[in-house]
Design a protein around this ligand. Sequence first.
Ligand SMILES: N[C@@H](CCC(=O)N[C@@H](CS)C(=O)NCC(=O)O)C(=O)O
Length: 330
Amino acid sequence: MRRISGIPAVYRAVSAGVPSVNGNPIHSRLFQAALLSTNSNNSSARSHWRSYNRITADQSARAAAHAVAGTMLFSLAAIALVEEVHAKEPVVPEFRPKDVVLYQYEACPFCNKVKAFLDYYDITYKIVEVNPLSKKEIKWSDDYKKVPILMVDGEKMVNSSDIIDKLAKKIHPDDAYSVTEDDEEKKWRGWVDNHLIHILSPNIYRSTSEALESFEYITSHGNFSYTERLTVKYAGAAAMYFISKKLKKKYNITDERTALYEAAETWVDALKGRDFLGGAKPNLADLAVFGVLRPIRYLKSGRDMVEHTRIGDWYSRMENAVGASPKIQA
Ligand SMILES: N[C@@H](CCC(=O)N[C@@H](CS)C(=O)NCC(=O)O)C(=O)O
């Protein structure tokens, strides 16, 4: 394969014969976005995680980049599938939904949080992989354009933490769950959404080679056309390399790896010697941490994290507890 070094080379690599979104070549929209993000104090960095609206004809280059970039935390979960499956939480018979469909990006940490829950509770679900550029698979959802969206026997659920709360209530209809969800569990679920998740992008797009590694995974697992795949890999990697620097600033991260290692150590400390935060079994906080880390675990940043911190043992226990996914590709 041709060796590509540096952002200009990446740009050249995608400058020929690329597809367009709303009349704009994708690569130029992504690169404009990346460059804009280096000049703007606020919006580009913010937009990776915030609400995105549908791409319309008059939206800027940045919108296209973010539509793709919003997908760009990835799951190498498939690689991580373990043979041994045990310690599964038995699902009470009252909650046996007939039809569960998850609209997702394979790489999205929020989606992976929901999947960790579904996998752990052995709830069979179909996956609809959404194309982040056209979002045509969720066109039917007028009021909500992000993923995950979960349909449970016709009931639409959005927002990963709300989805998990709703499912947990269905699994424990006697309300036992909300009684047992203690402050510790709530606190750490909040830590995942408000802290851990923000450290991930700066790490996986830290260097051009890590950004390319990440996009290699995304483009091979996401829902892209052939031409989109080629373009998005290089243009997306370059765009997110720049955007991740803005995210670093926004979340006051001085060194992204240090922040990741500190978060991993903080989590291990929170376990206080227990197998899981939930004790002998994972609770919702365990599932949330595991879910958002799953996309990065086998990327360089995840490998470094396991090598340089004590999180590996807990992570392996979680892989065993969550087990293989009962998902079905729709
Ligand atoms: N708070 C939401 C955040 C969901 C979210 O931001 N998802 C991203 C993907 S990781 C998204 O759909 N972004 C909009 C887009 O890609 O256009 C949740 O927890 O589910």
